[in-house]
Design a protein around this ligand. Structure first.
Ligand SMILES: Nc1ncnc2c1ncn2[C@@H]1O[C@H](COP(=O)(O)OP(=O)(O)OP(=O)(O)O)[C@@H](O)[C@H]1O
Length: 346
């Protein structure tokens, strides 16, 4: 796809420890377009955070074993180019963490931490005249422009009295305000892509909806793509344009959000959706029988096969992604048939 922002192709990696090689990501393929909000969903432990960290280039190097694949960002394979990755990370791709409190340094004011961010990651950093970016002095005019951008962005995330806020310490603001601050800090470098790793898990339910709504609005207004990792399908429905489902380190299905909920094709996606309580809050919560495989000895081929009612011997070989419709890809030998449209046979 020529207009892709992020293209992950056949990414395979894991961690080597005393017990052996834990093969966490197994041939993951995923594409994001500029400005798209994509939900990366799946049960706890399916590899969402590992994938997000791989894109950011912050996986622990000592244990990491890269088996193959590429992470292309605007055509550059970041896995093959440490320099490009360092230049992209924190500028073209930024991050919103799960727990905003542990991401802020408790001994510095919010203003000091934002100043430090702007010193290194401001989009105006390259404007150092004859100086290379690394040596460019942090001069008065850039400081003033950066400060104006900070105030504008804090106002955009609806943080009241931004000047006063900058003088506060992280413990002096609420959890919801800290997460608004994280969104502001992710926007300030003017990135193309924000990776938001379960950004509302640490917040209570009413604040969660506000934060997700804010993220959706600002991303759309500023044309920033967002990868939202979540195990909450409701959040994906609220704000995403498209959804990619992971199971045990494999991508199983990717679809535009409406199609994801109305015409899921992979048996795992169907089970995942069937396990949700219904809209009235009734209905039994049905779990999926069986267990997530051990990453030290995963089954060959489709990792969902041992829990899948539709599985056959053919599932011991993982199928390529197959198109079900525009932007709808599924990886399954025995996908669930698409529902018959209501007008058929009428
Ligand atoms: N550094 C590491 N060394 C060994 N195993 C790891 C390491 N990091 C993650 N894992 C394992 O990788 C698997 C996937 O973890 P990951 O955190 O990516 O899943 P997740 O889908 O983000 O889960 P959650 O929703 O609970 O955050 C887990 O079994 C985890 O124990």
């Amino acid at each position: 796809m020529t207009d892709a922002l992020l293209t992950i192709s056949d990414l395979s990696l894991g961690f080597r420890g005393e017990a052996g090689f834990a093969h966490i990501l197994d041939g993951v393929n995923l594409t994001m377009r500029p400005g798209e909000i994509m939900g990366l969903v799946g049960e706890s432990g399916c590899g969402k955070t590992t994938l997000a960290r791989a894109i950011l280039g912050v996986l622990p190097r000592a244990a990491l074993e890269l088996r193959g694949g590429a992470i292309g960002f605007r055509g550059t394979n970041m896995l093959a180019d440490d320099g490009a990755q360092a230049a992209i990370r924190g500028r073209r791709i930024t991050f919103i963490p799960q727990d905003p409190f542990s991401s802020l340094n408790p001994v510095f004011t919010i203003g000091e931490q934002i100043d430090d961010l702007m010193k290194w990651k401001s989009p105006r950093r390259g404007e150092g005249g004859r100086w290379p970016a690394l040596l460019a002095p942090y001069g008065r005019s850039r400081r003033a422009a950066d400060r104006a951008a900070v105030i504008e962005t804090l106002e955009a995330v609806q943080l009241p009295q931004p000047e006063r806020l900058l003088r506060k310490y992280p413990h002096e603001v609420s959890g919801g305000q800290r997460q608004r601050l994280m969104i502001a800090m992710a926007l300030l470098p003017e990135p193309d892509l924000i990776i938001a790793d379960e950004p509302t898990t640490a917040l209570d339910v009413t604040i969660q909806a506000q934060i997700l709504g804010l993220l959706r609005r600002l991303a759309s207004e500023r044309g920033v793509a967002v990868m939202l990792t979540t195990h909450d399908l409701g959040s994906a429905w609220e704000i995403c344009d498209a959804v990619t489902v992971m199971y045990a380190g494999q991508d199983v299905e990717a679809a535009p959000v409406a199609e994801f909920f109305t015409a899921p094709a992979h048996p795992y996606t169907n089970k995942l959706l069937a396990s949700l309580p219904d809209a009235e809050g009734g209905g039994a919560m049905t779990g999926i029988p069986g267990e997530v495989p051990d990453f030290l000895a995963p089954p060959p081929g489709c990792r969902f096969a041992p829990r899948c009612e539709r599985a056959s011997a053919a599932c011991a070989t993982r199928p390529p992604q197959a198109a079900r419709g525009a932007g709808h890809l599924v990886r399954c030998v025995h996908p669930v048939a698409a529902p018959v449209p209501a007008e058929a046979g009428a």
